[in-house]
Design a protein around this ligand. Structure first.
Ligand SMILES: CC(C)(COP(=O)(O)OP(=O)(O)OC[C@H]1O[C@@H](n2cnc3c(N)ncnc32)[C@H](O)[C@@H]1OP(=O)(O)O)[C@@H](O)C(=O)NCCC(=O)NCCSC(=O)CC(=O)CCCCCCCCCCCCC(=O)O
Ligand SMILES: NC(=O)C1=CN([C@@H]2O[C@H](COP(=O)(O)OP(=O)(O)OC[C@H]3O[C@@H](n4cnc5c(N)ncnc54)[C@H](O)[C@@H]3O)[C@@H](O)[C@H]2O)C=CC1
Length: 712
């Protein structure tokens, strides 16, 4: 008998499975059962949206179905095609045999949505493949290919072609064989000589990586229960831990992030452009200009995506340096890949060519400029590109903050100019901020989005303003962090609070890593410091607003961060990575406060957290109100994937909604009253409006935006 199921489980699917199994068991003419999915996909598990209404969630009925399958007196074989994920794999684990198509992928990704495999998966998988492999799958949520599943013993057979036929063949072969040895609930968990030490170390490891996210830790506890308790007791523990996660709030945040990342694929601009009005142009070849920190990673990303690249530098010396760095990155990437260097083929000049000659850019479909952050230089390059490149070529700039319209104005084809803001390291970070200018065509946006997909990145389309979305929200956050130092705090205290919140790295460690000179040059360019600053400008004020010259002063002392061996912290050497609190800096701060008559005060963790985060969130409301982003999900996806925002907190705007908008507003009002010269703390009008209309759910925020002057 064949039972088909659907892509994700609904109550109807579970009912059909139950009915089918009962019918098969009762029918003497049925000798074996095969369970498969529809349309070449076994199952992606439970419908994730349903977890927000747990009482009616189809998942509740899943565990009894898995038990029912396992207890069948007739052999049940799973035919896995496409994916078997979450509850889908748990159903397969209830089966007595598993056959997978060679291209199928399997996994228990519940941890990534803040849960654990709650349909008995944490108890069956360790019994089948042992604790180390099960723990790895359950705590990372990774999808493994069928070939690896076979090696682990997760599947019994791989089918190169027709999986259903292979599963039926296997079912016929095993009719009459004893089923008890195939029932995972009856098997003991394979022992390890050092199980206790292994589980203890695993817990320490996941806690370190999880940065406050509960699910990985509870997954370890559930697997520990499998190794220590009889099956039925292990199940009780699994259920208890599942409930804990479901009510923790983190699951909701992680599930929101899952759907937000998919929602941003459906881009739209305030002018009405979207996928439906735009065709992406094919990108068969590309060029990258500038092989510094960013250019190297971008070239690597393109080569990995199988797009032939011309890599260009300003002179032979920089070209040699850039080529060496790119080759090193590609060698490393190749080592991580199946097929390695051969598959990447980067020694082939038809795939990757290094040059200083702009003429070689004549035929490429797309150019990404990644030279210094200098408007005059970028305009010079774009003017040249506009003359040299073929008519349809897309011209992208990797600027971090500069005006796309001004860069486009240097060309004769502003409709083909677009910002593609990669994040460092560009071959690793998943975010690609895609910035359209006033003249950028819908087709250019669609092509950049398509490129993001080809590079395995998450493209987020945003409007043009200084710093775009990510960096614009970052400015008030970093500004608050520096003001807190002026007022009495220390870099290590501020970083600790934000790292405890879940950021991968606090603002001062981040600034040391990126290099303080980057911001210094930008502030010099804006006339905020350096020789162009008018004489007599007060040290701690610019344009009537509070300003901290602390980062400028550090740069004047040659403290650029890791690269010089000292910045906000001290490092073991120039280029060192181990940050230690620096007594020199503490003395420097004390002298600075004396000079400016600032009385240091004790600043508690709550103030540090709120001032940094609420200033960032406040800017987010301004961005939404101005139409720079289509929705809060865009801001959240940018922060999770580009700025190390803890995913289990759902992104800054989601976080604001969980804190409660009235509280965010009240706190901003309170801080703004104390610091009236800091516009970043002045509550944004859109935040006020949302509170005034009763703080609607985040999904409804954009319906309260008045689109009077979208800034394109
Ligand atoms: C499947 C994928 C790998 C496909 O990827 P891709 O091809 O890239 O397509 P996508 O764009 O990602 O997806 C297409 C489209 O599908 C949507 N989608 C995908 N999967 C799901 C899903 N599982 N649910 C809902 N929607 C899904 C996706 O959003 C896209 O749509 P769009 O958003 O409109 O664009 C990839 O999609 C993927 O990885 N999916 C996620 C897979 C996953 O995480 N599965 C695990 C789900 S959780 C699960 O299965 C657990 C269980 O079933 C066990 C439940 C046990 C419950 C125990 C009950 C205990 C209850 C306690 C009661 C408490 C009350 C009390 O106290 O009593
Ligand atoms: N470093 C970072 O973390 C990020 C930087 N960016 C942006 O990316 C751009 C590049 O930044 P980085 O890679 O950090 O700079 P970088 O200083 O490391 O590299 C710039 C490279 O451009 C080359 N170059 C300069 N003029 C050139 C010309 N006329 N023709 C060809 N090559 C030329 C230089 O020789 C140098 O190798 C900047 O606009 C920056 O704001 C964007 C995101 C993150």
């Amino acid at each position: 008998m064949v039972i088909e199921s659907l892509f994700y489980f609904s109550l109807a699917v579970l009912q059909a499975l139950e009915d089918g199994l009962k019918k098969a068991d009762a029918d003497p003419s049925v000798k074996a059962v095969m369970i498969c999915g529809e349309n070449g996909k076994f199952s992606a598990g439970a419908d994730i949206r349903g977890f927000s209404a747990p009482q009616s969630h189809p998942g509740i009925g899943l565990a009894p179905i898995v038990s029912l399958i396992e207890s069948s007196e007739k052999p049940v074989v799973a035919a896995i095609e496409g994916v078997a994920l979450g509850g889908g794999l748990e159903v397969a684990l209830g089966c007595h045999y598993r056959v997978a198509h060679v291209k199928a992928r399997m996994g228990l990704p519940e941890v990534t949505i803040g849960l654990l495999p709650g349909a008995e998966g944490t108890q069956r998988l360790p019994r089948l493949i042992g604790v180390p492999a099960a723990l790895d799958m359950i705590t990372t949520g990774k999808h493994i290919p069928a070939t690896e599943a076979l090696k682990l013993g997760l599947v019994d057979e791989i089918a190169e072609e027709n999986t259903i036929e292979a599963a039926i063949r296997l079912a016929n072969k095993v009719i009459g064989q004893p089923l008890a040895p195939r029932r995972l609930s009856l098997k003991p968990v394979p022992t390890l000589p050092n199980m206790e030490a292994f589980l203890r170390e695993a817990l320490v490891k996941v806690k370190k990586q999880a940065r406050g996210c509960l699910a990985p830790e509870l997954c370890v506890q559930a697997v520990r229960a499998a190794s220590e308790r009889p099956f039925a007791e292990g199940l009780r523990r699994e259920r208890e831990l599942f409930r804990l996660l479901l009510s923790s709030g983190q699951a909701r945040a992680l599930q929101y992030a899952f759907f937000a990342e998919r929602a941003v694929r459906r881009w739209a601009t305030p002018a009405g452009a979207s996928w439906s009005s735009a065709n992406a142009q094919p990108v068969r070849s590309a060029a990258v200009i500038g092989l510094g920190t960013m250019g190297r990673g971008i070239v690597t990303s393109l080569v990995k995506a199988n797009i032939p690249v011309v890599a260009l530098e300003q002179d032979l010396e920089n070209l040699k340096k850039g080529r060496k760095a790119v080759m090193l990155l590609l060698e490393r990437e190749a080592m991580k890949m199946e097929g390695g260097a051969q598959r990447l083929d980067f020694h082939n000049p038809a795939r990757l060519q290094f040059t200083v000659d702009f003429d070689l850019l004549r035929d490429v479909d797309l150019v990404i400029e990644a030279v210094f952050e200098n408007m005059a230089l970028k305009k010079e390059i774009f003017h040249k590109l506009s003359k040299i490149c073929k008519p349809g070529a897309l011209l992208c700039t990797n600027t971090s903050a500069l005006n796309i319209n001004e860069i486009a104005s240097a060309t004769s084809r502003p409709q083909q100019v677009i910002g593609t803001h990669f994040f460092s390291p560009a071959h690793v970070m998943r975010l690609l901020e895609i910035i359209y200018g006033s003249h950028t065509s819908p087709s250019a946006i669609a092509t950049a989005m398509q490129l993001a997909k080809a590079l395995n990145k998450i493209g987020v389309v945003v409007g043009n303003c200084f710093g775009f979305v990510g960096n614009r929200m970052m400015f008030p956050y970093v500004q608050q962090a520096v003001f807190l130092l002026e007022e009495g705090s220390r870099p290590e205290a501020v970083d600790e609070v934000l790292e405890d919140f879940g950021f991968k790295i606090g603002p001062f460690r981040m600034s040391d890593l990126a290099g303080l000179d980057v911001g210094w040059r930008s502030r010099q360019g804006q006339g905020l410091t350096g020789p162009s600053l008018p004489a007599g400008t007060p040290a701690r004020q610019r344009h009537g607003q509070r300003y901290s010259p602390l980062p400028d002063l550090l740069c004047e002392h040659g403290r650029f961060g890791q690269k010089t061996g000292h910045g906000w912290y001290l490092y073991e050497k120039a280029g060192g990575r181990t940050a230690t609190p620096d007594p020199w800096l503490h003395n420097f701060l004390a002298r600075y406060r004396d000079t400016h008559g600032i009385k240091a005060r004790a600043i508690d963790q709550e103030e540090i957290l709120e001032r940094c985060l609420f200033a960032l969130i406040n800017e987010g409301f301004a961005i939404l109100a101005e139409g720079i982003a289509s929705g809060p999900e865009h801001l959240d996806v940018i922060y999770i994937n580009g700025y190390g925002w803890p995913r289990h907190r759902g992104g800054p705007m989601f976080y604001a909604s969980t804190v409660g908008l009235p509280r965010v507003l009240a706190k901003l009002e309170q801080y703004s009253e104390v610091h009236p010269d800091v516009p970043g703390l002045r509550p944004n009008a859109f935040l006020r409006k949302l509170v005034a209309v009763g703080s609607p759910p985040l999904q409804e925020w954009m319906s309260y935006v008045s689109w009077q002057s979208p800034k394109l």
